[in-house]
Design a binder for this molecule. Sequence first.
Ligand SMILES: *Cc1c(COP(=O)(O)O)cnc(C)c1O
Length: 377
Amino acid sequence: MHFDTRSVHAAAIHDEHGSVASPIILSTTFERNPDGTFRDHLYSRYSNPNRTALEAAVANLESGGDAGARGYAFASGLAASAALLQTLQSGDHVLLPDDVYHGVFAQVQELFTPLGITFSRVDMSNSAAVANAMRTETKIVWMETPSNPMLKITDIAAVAAIARDGSAISVCDNTWATPVLQRPLALGCDVVLHSATKYIGGHSDVLQGVLAVRGGCDALHEKLTRVQMVGGAVPSPFECWLAARGLMTMPVRVRAQAASAEQIALWLSEHPAVERVLYPGLATHPGYDIAKRQMSHAGAMLSFMVRGSGEKAMRTACSTTIFTHATSLGAVESLIEHRASVEGIGSTTPDTLLRLSIGLEHTADLIADLDRALAAK
Ligand SMILES: *Cc1c(COP(=O)(O)O)cnc(C)c1O
């Protein structure tokens, strides 16, 4: 079946009433069979119907239906990255992108470095530099493409091959592209990470993370199953239900939002108050060719630098009326954000940079809103 069909049906739960909408099963515990054996579920931290359905659906969509692929849902995107890092041991090394999502960087630095895990950072858009940065103790190579908030593009197939040569696991944070636009597992990656808080949920009302692991990674499957079970950072059945509902509309949402973002990027790139637009769908973007090869569209996220000062950028973000001035991304409503002030001390994001998450409002209204905000005195 096609991707869109699987998105609608892959997480469905069928009950004895013939409910067309999936039920939410809140029970934390499950009765055994009369002979004392266990049924499908035992205790909700181990597994439950809503979580199992969601995990299977994300694994299916990311892997293109690989029966060996598995999904693991967690209480947030960062809980998912923590679970993956908890499969490591003291002395192991993680290779991170120099512009990795700031929360992942903080997590590695604050929670895992004290436990003896080392890391270094490299420009992941430079495959030769990645090969040079590999160490014998490198166990995870982390990609995030397009990156946040600079929209840098990593050649997923090239970096996954480098990781494989070094016997390291390759991970791609696919939160921004979603499997609608990019499928890292098909490009040779071992693990895909999602903040399902973003496009999978799609409505700014569920916090969740999901890992999708390709088939054939038996040792990793075993470890992640244990980390999820005894680490316990799992989402509730209701949150899994919300994320599963989000999956059903994700393909149409993402494609519509991406088409709108492309028009807005083009419009901004000709605006006199804009110094530079970072969007991999523009031919001037350094990652344009690779993005064209590995993505079906450049996506619904973009950043731009306003001409002038950081104050001018902040004033622009404070002057929109349709774009909401808030962090996060991937939902039906458009958001604008002054990124450097969210990332705080140590941020390398330019002070004049504004990040846009394009929602489902009409493109012309969004353009008019940005035009007014850029003119604000
Ligand atoms: C939001 C985000 C995360 C973290 O996810 P949470 O659900 O907020 O924990 C990780 N990576 C990317 C690219 C994100 O946008």
